[in-house]
Design a protein around this ligand. Structure first.
Ligand SMILES: Nc1ncnc2c1ncn2[C@@H]1O[C@H](COP(=O)(O)OP(=O)(O)OP(=O)(O)O)[C@@H](O)[C@H]1O
Ligand SMILES: [Mg+2]
Length: 251
């Protein structure tokens, strides 16, 4: 199967401290990979390297066979256009209204008139179950769950081929978290995107994943199909997925 993202021997150091250690990961077009791991293991950092926000210390990342750091600016723009992302903690722009947040990526070029942007924002809000009436509000006026939905609306607005969700349900009650998981699945399916979701939330893993990777201390210590998680003999993985006896991995 064709890889849409290839991470080859990726290491990332800060001040000589090694954080990501020789990561190898291939993500096939159309799959839904969930990345799990303890706090501080390097999950968000890995995503930032893939997004070209941080440059690897060693190794390389290919997105649709292109290395972000070795291509020209217009090719970098094309790579970025193909990716939508929700950052951990949403990272909405506090001083911008909801419609400005959602249309931010589109407003970076001059192709769209306000009426077109508004239409796209309305469509995107609709896809995440939010009313158009919040368009002129600021992020601080919304609940945590609504902010997560806005972050998803921003990620999907230009119909990206690849979607990253970093901790999409953290800080939410289980019912709202479950709705967010459903939104992710519905939108990924609607767009036919490849998705990478970083989570601590085992119910998200159960619902969203077909493939799972676990990172521990900067290394991939387990990778496979979700249904094979149960068969794992890896102690660190088993501890992680069995820690809460009420949440079991369903296969
Ligand atoms: N820009 C940076 N400069 C220095 N250190 C960094 C930087 N970004 C991340 N780190 C370090 O890398 C390690 C991994 O951070 P990362 O944010 O990837 O963890 P995580 O697995 O996403 O954790 P969590 O589940 O808590 O979000 C941490 O020790 C962090 O301090
Ligand atoms: Mg993180």
């Amino acid at each position: 199967m064709k890889s849409i993202i290839e991470i080859l021997n990726l290491s990332k150091n800060f001040d000589n401290k090694n954080i990501l250690n020789k990561i190898n990961l291939k993500i096939t077009k159309g799959e839904s990979l969930v990345i799990i791991g303890k706090s501080g293991s390097g999950k968000s950092l890995l995503m930032k390297c893939v997004l070209g926000i941080l440059k690897p210390s060693q190794g390389e990342i290919l997105i649709k066979n292109k290395n972000f750091f070795s291509v020209k600016r217009d090719e970098q723009d094309l790579i970025l256009k193909s990716i939508g992302v929700t950052f951990q903690g949403n990272a909405l722009f506090d001083s911008m209204r909801i419609w400005e947040n959602i249309s931010f990526k589109l407003s970076q070029n001059n192709f769209f008139k306000f009426s077109q942007l508004k239409e796209k924002v309305e469509f995107s809000l609709n896809q995440v179950g939010l009313s158009n009436s919040i368009m002129y509000q600021f992020p601080s006026q919304l609940s945590g769950g609504m902010q997560k939905r806005v972050a998803i609306a921003r990620a999907i607005i230009d119909e990206p081929e690849i979607l990253f969700f970093d901790e999409p349900t953290s800080g939410l009650d289980p019912v709202t978290g479950n709705k967010i998981n459903s939104l992710i699945i519905d939108n990924v399916k609607r767009l036919g995107s490849t998705s990478i979701t970083i989570t601590h939330d085992l119910s998200s893993l159960n619902k969203i994943a077909n493939k799972v990777a676990m990172i521990n201390e900067g290394k991939i210590i387990w990778y496979g199909e979700k249904q094979d998680l149960k068969k794992s003999k890896n102690k660190t993985l088993n501890e992680f997925i069995n820690i809460d006896s009420d949440v079991r991995i369903k296969t």
